[in-house]
Design a protein around this ligand. Structure first.
Ligand code: 2HG
Ligand code: ZN
Length: 465
C-alpha cells in the first residue's frame, strides 16, 4: 500500500476532494465488469485537466507507483482492475465535448465523455457516431480507445480505431503528445496514434480525442431469423450480403434467447422455437430495399436455411428486436460466466465453431454453454455459466483447463484469443496463442519507450515479469 505521506502529496496535485480513499470508492473504482479479481487500489484520483494528469504521472514516476486508467469500467478482461495497491486515475471530471466541426464532421472529446453522450451529440447535429454496444450508456470514450472497442456495427463501420481522427496522450514519462492532428492524410512516418488505440493504458493516458462522425443512417430496419442449425447461418449471411449493405449481422443460440426471455420484459421474436437465431440490420432507405430484404428472406426459407422470421416495422420493434441480442451479456452475468471472445476470418467460422463446440460439449457436459456474437465479422462470444452449487474459484479453474484446448484451436485457425474485449489480466497468459514471441518482444520494447519505469497499468496485456 502506498505510504500516507505520498498520498498527501498526490492531493496537492488535483482539486480539493479529488483523491478518494474511502472503502466504497476503492471497491467501486478498483474493478470493471469482470468478476475474477477482488479490487484493492490504494487511492482513486480524479484529474480535471491535462496538466493535472501530467502532474500525477510525474508523481507516480518519482515514487514508482503503478497507475490504472479508469473509464466506465465496463471492460470484460480486467484491463481496468486495480488488484495490487495501484492508484486508479478516473476521468469522470474530464467529461466534456470541447469542440465540433460540422465541415470536418469531427468532435473533440475529453476521455470521460460517455459513449451515448457522443452518440446523442452526433444525433443532435444530424450525424451519427457508429460504434455501439450494450454498455454505451456507461462506457467512456477514453476506455473505448484504450480497448479499441468494437460492438454490434463493426461489419459496416469497423472498430473504434476507424473513428479516431487525432489523439492527445500523456505518456508514461509524463510527456504530452499530439498525435495525427485530426488529418485524413498524413504520411509522415509511424502513426503513433494507432499504437495508443487498444494499448489498454499500458503506454499512457488518452487525455483528448477527436472523433469522426458519419451521416445518419436512414430508416434502420432489423430482421430476426430462426435457423434449423448453426450451419445455416453463414449461407443466410452470404445471401443477404450479396443483395444488401448490412449494418449488423449478429447471432445467438436458443439458450441465450431463453435467458433473455426469462427476464420477462422483452417480447419474443416469433412463436417457432429454433436452435439458432440471426439478427441482421440494414437501411431500408426506400421500398426497393425492403422488398429485396423480403425476397432474400423467402429465398432463405426455400433453401431450408430459415424456419421463421420477423422484420421490424417501427422504431419500437427495431429496439425490441435488438434487446434480444443486447441484453444477453448483462442477463447471463448473474451466472458468473467464464467468458471467451474469439475471432477468425469469416469464411472459417463454420469449421472453427464446429471444432470448438465439440471440445466444449465433451469437456463441459454439466455446464450450460451460451453462444452469441458478431458472427458477421467473425467474432464469437462463448460463455460458460457457473452451476449454482459450485464455488467461483473451482469453476474458473476447471474452465481454464478446457480453455487451453479452445485456444489451441484458435491458434490453428490463425484466430484471435480476444477479438474486442482486450487482453487485460484474464487473457494475458494466453497471448502467445495469438501473437508470436517476436511480436511480443516488439510490443514490450514499445512499452519501454513510452513507459520506462513500468508504471502504466502493469500486469495488463503482459504477465508481470
Ligand atoms: C456483447 O457482444 C459484448 O454483447 C459482451 O461484447 C460479450 O458478455 C460477453 O461475452
Ligand atoms: Zn461483443
Amino acid at each position: 500500500m502506498t505510504h500516507p505521506a505520498v498520498i498527501d502529496e498526490l492531493m496537492t496535485l488535483v482539486d480539493p476532494g479529488k483523491v478518494l480513499t474511502d472503502a466504497a470508492s476503492l471497491e467501486a473504482y478498483g474493478k470493471d465488469w469482470t468478476q475474477h479479481y477482488p479490487p484493492a487500489p490504494s487511492a482513486i484520483v480524479l484529474p480535471k485537466t491535462i496538466e493535472q494528469v501530467q502532474a500525477i504521472v510525474a508523481w507516480a514516476n518519482r515514487h514508482r507507483i503503478a497507475l490504472v486508467p479508469s473509464g466506465g469500467r465496463t471492460g470484460l478482461s480486467a484491463g481496468a482492475v486495480a488488484a495490487n495497491g495501484e492508484v486508479v486515475v478516473a476521468f469522470d471530471y474530464m467529461n466534456q465535448v470541447l469542440a465540433f466541426n460540422a465541415f470536418d464532421r469531427t468532435v473533440v472529446c475529453q476521455p470521460g465523455v460517455v459513449t451515448r453522450q457522443l452518440q446523442q451529440f452526433a444525433e443532435e447535429h444530424g450525424l451519427y457516431y457508429p460504434v455501439d454496444f450494450a454498455s454505451s450508456g456507461s462506457s467512456q470514450i477514453g476506455g473505448n480507445i484504450g480497448t479499441n472497442a468494437g460492438g454490434i456495427k463493426v461489419i459496416r463501420y469497423g472498430m473504434t480505431r476507424n473513428w479516431v481522427a487525432g489523439l492527445k496522450v500523456v505518456t508514461g514519462k509524463g510527456e504530452l503528445l499530439e498525435l495525427n492532428k485530426d488529418l485524413i492524410k498524413n504520411a509522415t512516418g509511424y502513426d503513433l496514434r494507432q499504437l495508443f488505440i487498444g494499448a489498454e493504458g499500458t503506454l499512457g493516458f488518452v487525455v483528448e480525442a477527436t472523433m469522426r462522425l458519419d451521416r445518419a443512417p436512414r430508416n434502420l430496419t432489423a430482421m430476426v431469423l430462426g435457423t434449423p442449425d448453426f450451419d445455416s447461418i453463414m449461407p443466410v449471411l452470404h445471401a443477404f450480403q450479396g443483395r444488401l449493405d448490412l449494418t449488423a449481422f449478429e447471432f445467438f443460440s436458443d439458450k441465450a434467447l431463453a435467458k433473455v426471455m426469462g427476464r420477462g420484459d422483452v417480447p419474443p421474436p416469433f412463436d417457432t422455437d429454433c436452435p439458432f437465431y440471426a439478427l441482421l440490420e440494414f437501411e431500408a432507405s426506400n421500398e426497393d430495399v425492403a422488398n429485396e430484404a423480403l425476397a432474400t428472406f423467402e429465398h432463405c426459407v426455400e433453401q431450408g436455411w430459415v424456419l421463421d422470421g420477423v422484420m421490424s416495422q417501427s422504431e419500437t420493434q427495431l429496439k425490441n428486436l435488438w434487446k434480444l441480442r443486447e441484453y444477453i451479456s448483462e442477463t447471463i452475468s448473474h451466472w458468473t460466466p467464464y467468458k471467451n471472445d474469439i475471432s477468425v476470418t469469416v469464411s472459417k467460422v463454420p469449421a472453427f465453431l464446429r471444432e470448438i463446440d465439440a471440445i466444449v460439449a465433451e469437456h463441459y457436459p454439466d455446464y450450460e454453454v451460451v453462444w452469441y456474437g458478431h458472427i458477421g465479422d467473425g467474432n464469437l462470444h462463448l460463455n460458460i455459466l457457473k452451476p449454482d452449487d459450485m464455488s467461483k474459484d473451482a469453476f474458473f479453474a476447471s474452465c481454464a483447463r478446457v480453455n487451453k484446448w479452445v485456444f489451441e484451436i484458435v491458434e490453428r485457425y490463425n484466430g484471435s484469443i480476444s477479438a474486442e474485449h482486450g487482453v487485460g489480466m484474464t487473457k494475458r497468459d494466453y497471448l502467445a496463442y495469438s501473437r508470436s514471441p517476436e511480436e511480443i518482444a516488439c510490443m514490450k520494447a514499445i512499452k519501454a519507450v513510452f513507459d520506462p519505469n513500468g508504471i502504466m497499468n502493469p500486469g495488463k496485456i503482459f504477465a508481470p515479469e
